[in-house]
Design a protein around this ligand. Structure first.
Ligand code: SF4
Length: 215
């Protein structure tokens, strides 16, 4: 049985008071929502790890599965299906039967932050769970960071210095321990609506990460 950070946070993880307050208030407003730290989803034996920022209000915080139920999930899961990294049908529900193949999705911060913006101390507080998750994946060869927050948390988690790993969409970096980090802008609706991230740009990074992981 897993213990400590490797086991993931408990449903009532008390570490970040601001996020606990939001969680409790949402449990009152929406008792049928998940409203808890969102566990990772996918194949722990996989060779690829995808790290997002944090659960979205109407996405993972509502449904309990990363990226499930909001726009970011539409683009992410369509891409995984296209690249052979998922099987089944994505129907934006945790019981849609979708299975990930050779990859796993997690978040740098497991609880919903107000306005999608976790505080630095919340990112730091949740990092042991990210580290624990990555350490549980001995086959991981590619780690995809969806956005700068995920990138920085992965770098810190691996013991690197941020100045040695500048974030840039399309960049990749060797991490200590042998895995390679691939950077993408986050696949959020905001980024795609503003043209900062196109579907082609996103598919390109995910393809590079898959090919590295499976080489
Ligand atoms: S963000 Fe992470 S550390 Fe903070 S309360 Fe949620 S699970 Fe716990």
């Amino acid at each position: 049985m897993l213990t400590g950070a490797a086991a993931g946070p408990s449903r009532d993880c008390p570490i970040c008071p601001r996020l606990v307050g939001l969680r409790l208030s949402l449990r009152e407003q929406h008792p049928d929502w998940f409203n808890a730290p969102v566990p990772s989803f996918g194949d722990p034996a996989g060779r690829m790890v995808i790290v997002g920022l944090a659960p979205g209000l109407n996405g993972a915080n509502r449904t309990g599965r990363p990226f499930t139920g909001d726009y970011a999930g539409d683009l992410l899961y369509q891409t995984l299906l296209k690249l052979g990294l998922a099987a089944g049908v994505y129907a934006a529900r945790p019981d849609d039967g979708l299975a990930l193949k050779d990859c796993l999705i997690t978040n740098a911060v497991r609880c919903l932050p107000p306005a999608n913006k976790p505080l630095p101390e919340e990112i730091t507080a949740c990092r042991p769970f990210l580290t624990g998750q990555i350490e549980l994946m001995p086959n991981a060869r590619a780690v995809v960071a969806l956005g700068r927050v995920a990138h920085e948390s992965i770098v810190r988690s691996s013991g690197g210095r941020l100045k040695d790993y500048p974030f840039a969409h399309g960049a990749s970096h060797a991490l200590s321990g042998g895995a390679r980090l691939f950077d993408s802008y986050h696949c959020s609706r905001y980024n795609t609506n503003t043209g900062r991230l196109t579907e082609a740009m996103f598919v390109s990074v995910m393809t590079a990460a898959r090919d590295w992981a499976q080489a």
